[in-house]
Ligand binder design. Structure first.
Ligand code: SAM
Length: 323
């Protein structure tokens, strides 16, 4: 029997699920961590490895082909290895987004679980600025782990949130990393989430990067994947690529194929969706949750959770959604 796919009311088919494993992080980035100390979610409200496996497997029955693990910091979970060994048994591409600090401890597990694509967040190449942004002293560790991934032939993407007055003057330096390394730099526009000190004056229109780079180098536009959020470019003769994710200035919801599961088991059909569907409670009560999943998908708005995206947007903070 053919599987029922996760198709929304606009005909968009969803085959990509991002699962947040945890809602805490060892870094405290200015643009991500709440200004006020976050209240730690009670451990029994967070999905167990068993529940993550059950939910992931159910989503796969409905056509999910790719799962990205995120957080908080996914590698902070004590049972992280157990989780990826369980998910590796599913017929999916498994990927991860991490701040990079603990990669060396899990490299062999990544390899064993066929995780070949790792996104590492890095907003600056200046140690002092790294410490200011993340409020932790882990720059060297992150850089050495990025090199470790490359030496082991991983597909490495660097996620850099660009903020005016903070790091918009470093985009060229970051792209220069791709001159001799097969690395993929992705610039992300600064987005507003509850509890952070976002203001619209700090949003940098990252389309400017294309013009700046064209003035200095010969750049090529690459073909984007069908559902990719990033528009990809390459400096001629560089080993790696760079791309821009224009969530704020030029949203790309038309081709969205993503769904999200928060660490406390709530399904969100968009990063900016205010409404969420609790899957964990009914799962624990032994109820059938398939209908809830399809209902959530059908309720998906056409664009950005049906909200105006500004300082008044209603949402959780990124740490508790899973970026
Ligand atoms: N801890 C992991 C990490 O650092 O990559 C995974 C979670 S983090 C929330 C996932 C991604 O969200 C990171 O690449 C981060 O840069 C991005 N992010 C967080 N807050 C953001 C914001 N306000 N605007 C744009 N991107 C943001």
């Amino acid at each position: 029997m053919k599987a029922q796919l996760l198709t929304d009311s606009f005909g968009r088919v969803h085959d990509y699920l991002r699962i947040s494993l945890i809602d805490t992080c060892n870094l405290s980035c200015t643009y991500c961590a709440p200004v006020l100390k976050a209240i730690k979610t009670n451990n029994n409200k967070i999905m167990t490895a068993d529940e993550i496996e059950k939910l992931a497997s159910l989503f796969c029955d409905f056509g999910i082909k790719k799962i990205r693990l995120t957080g908080g910091e996914p590698l902070l979970r004590k049972d992280f290895s157990d989780i990826i060994y369980r998910l590796a048994k599913l017929n999916i591409t498994l990927a991860i987004t991490t701040n990079g600090v603990f990669i060396d401890s899990y490299l062999n597990d990544f390899l064993a679980c066929k995780i070949r694509s790792v996104n590492v967040s890095l907003d600056t190449l200046q140690k002092e600025k790294f410490n200011q942004i993340t409020k932790r002293n882990e720059f060297e560790k992150v850089m050495s782990n990025i090199h470790l991934l490359i030496q082991n032939n991983f597909h490495v993407k660097i996620n850099a949130v660009v903020m005016k007055g903070v790091n918009e003057n470093e985009t060229l330096d970051l792209i220069m990393l791709s001159e001799n390394l097969p690395i993929h730099i992705r610039f992300i526009e600064y987005m507003p989430f509850s509890g952070t000190s976002w203001n619209k004056e700090q949003v940098y229109d990252i389309k400017n990067i294309i013009e700046e780079m064209s003035n200095k180098f010969e750049i090529e536009k690459l073909i984007d994947d069908k559902n990719d959020t990033a528009k990809k470019y390459k400096v001629k003769n560089f080993k790696g690529t760079f791309s821009i994710i224009t969530t704020m200035t030029d949203p790309f919801c038309e081709t969205c194929n993503r769904l999200r599961l928060t660490a406390d088991g709530k399904m969100k059909n968009c990063l900016f969706a205010e409404d969420e569907t609790d899957l964990l409670t009914p799962l624990r009560e032994g109820k059938n949750i398939s209908e809830l999943i399809f209902k959530n998908v059908m309720q998906k708005h056409w664009q950005q959770g049906g909200q105006e995206i500004n300082e008044h947007t209603h949402n959780r903070n990124m740490m508790t959604i899973g970026g």
